[in-house]
Design a protein around this ligand. Structure first.
Ligand SMILES: [Zn+2]
Length: 235
């Protein structure tokens, strides 16, 4: 299950301009430290953030404790405006098959356990993300004139996406559960990294050209992990 609050993870980053704390329910607390930051600054920063970290973490933990881990009966993919019903059917089939008809998804399996069903649903989500978020990224990339070349869909536990300087955009299929403006902002942010790698003023100006509400959306994105259903994280 989720890690303990005391297990902070530290990451040195040449890209980061400021000290940052990221909290996610399954990965715990990650502190991002720009290179050449003194220990004193890190300590002072954490002292200031401590209360916020505690509160946010305990909110996340109580949500996890109340969470429903049962296999989902529906999937509300807000990012793409689709709501799916999910049915599970025991049948004499080899392996596990997923049929999609309309907005109804049927998992046919011969006595597969919950974990196998969850894995199949995650694969289906990843396909859905590729089909829908890929073209969206392409359209935005054309407008922003970025060097986006290749799309990867993954299921990261603590990142919504990333982008490398060689134009590989990596998106988390869990974005499907978020509101469209958050997904659009994440795409703008990551695509902007193909042009400016660091979080420099130049980078934020570029982001602001395409998303004026970036400050608010960036903050909301950090809290949006609570919108991902708990079963998705359960292996
Ligand atoms: Zn960034």
């Amino acid at each position: 299950m989720a890690s303990d609050l005391h297990s902070y993870r530290w990451r040195r980053s040449a890209r980061a301009k400021q000290l940052q704390v990221r909290i996610t329910p399954w990965q715990g607390v990650e502190v991002v430290i720009p290179t050449h930051t003194s220990r004193e600054r890190v300590r002072a920063f954490l002292a200031k953030q401590r209360q916020w970290i505690r509160t946010t973490w305990s909110e996340m933990q109580s949500q996890l404790a109340d969470a429903d881990y049962a296999l989902p009966r529906d999937l509300n993919l807000r990012a793409i405006g689709e709501s799916w019903q999910v049915h599970y059917r025991n049948a004499e089939v080899a392996g596990l098959r997923i049929h999609a008809v309309g907005r109804s998804l049927t998992l046919q399996h011969a006595g597969a356990d919950d974990s196998t069903c969850r894995a199949a649903l995650r694969r289906w989500l990843a396909q859905r993300a590729r089909v829908h978020l890929g073209p969206q990224a392409q359209r935005l990339s054309a407008v922003m004139q970025t060097g986006f070349r290749r799309l990867q869909i993954r299921g990261q536990s603590s990142r919504w996406g990333s982008c490398s300087s060689n134009g590989t955009l990596s998106l988390n299929y869990k974005l499907l559960f978020l509101e469209p403006p958050l997904v659009r902002y994440l795409l703008v942010h990551e695509l902007a990294h193909t042009r400016v790698l660091s979080h420099s003023p130049r980078f934020w100006r570029l982001v602001a050209d395409y998303e004026s509400r970036w400050r608010e959306l960036d903050r909301r994105l950090g809290e949006a992990w609570r919108d991902v259903p708990a079963w998705v994280e359960l292996k």
